[in-house]
Design a protein around this ligand. Structure first.
Ligand SMILES: Cc1cc2nc3c(=O)[nH]c(=O)nc-3n(C[C@H](O)[C@H](O)[C@H](O)COP(=O)(O)O)c2cc1C
Length: 196
């Protein structure tokens, strides 16, 4: 029998304030995200590390002021995500290029690199007063069809972005989850200083 995993909602060692202040919110204000800030998010991505400096990412975004494109993106989300993402003024889809530009061979690190780049984006968002919530809950076939995604790109994750809003806009079940403590597994559970 394995022992229960120990968790805590406290930060146990000092971390960079942007890390401490980041959270995946569901309650967004309708206030638009300024164009300049949108480009700062993607500039943060631009300076993220990637295997062979391939930068195997493509980002598609839509603001609520572009309802046609925004709805095509929103339409690909799972219903559970639609419940809260309907208020997000900015939707992003991060896509991974499956093959290297230079030789067409498979890039097995593309998704890994995108994850790192999205962390840069998330932390830059906090710096700008924004927050993001990433979503694996989307229908790949609907996204591919609605957005005409080419064969060599893998839709990796949707990202809702915006200024924090009132949680009262959320359905009650989500209000409870939104205010629940954010727990994390303790370091002793995943950090080793001896061989396995
Ligand atoms: C790759 C990825 C996929 C996620 N997919 C969803 C999703 O579909 N729906 C959702 O509400 N949250 C989703 N999340 C958010 C996580 O649930 C959240 O990051 C986690 O609960 C930790 O909370 P925190 O980000 O506030 O620390 C996703 C996060 C990541 C990184």
């Amino acid at each position: 029998m394995t022992s229960p995993t120990e968790k805590s909602d406290k930060i146990h060692y000092p971390v960079f304030p942007l890390i401490a202040d980041r959270r995946s919110i569901r309650a967004y204000d309708s206030r638009p995200v300024e164009k300049e800030k949108i480009h700062s998010l993607f500039e943060a991505v631009r300076w993220a590390p990637s295997s062979s400096n391939e930068q195997p990412w493509i980002y598609l975004y839509a603001t609520a002021e572009q309802p046609e494109l925004w709805n095509k993106m929103f339409g690909a989300l799972e219903d559970g995500n639609k419940l809260w993402a309907q208020h997000a003024p900015l939707l992003i889809l991060a896509l991974a290029r499956k093959t290297f530009r230079r030789n067409g061979k498979e890039n097995r690190y593309a998704l890994y690199d995108i994850g790192g780049a999205n962390s840069f984006l998330a932390l830059q968002a906090v710096h700008l007063g924004l927050q993001v919530r990433q979503m694996a809950g989307f229908k790949t076939d609907v996204a591919t069809q609605n957005l005409n995604i080419p064969e060599d790109l893998v839709p990796a994750v949707f990202i809702a972005v915006g200024y924090p809003g009132e949680i009262a806009v959320l359905p009650e079940t989500l209000q409870v989850r939104e205010t629940a403590p954010r727990e994390r597994i303790l370091q002793q559970e995943f950090v080793r200083n001896v061989t396995f």
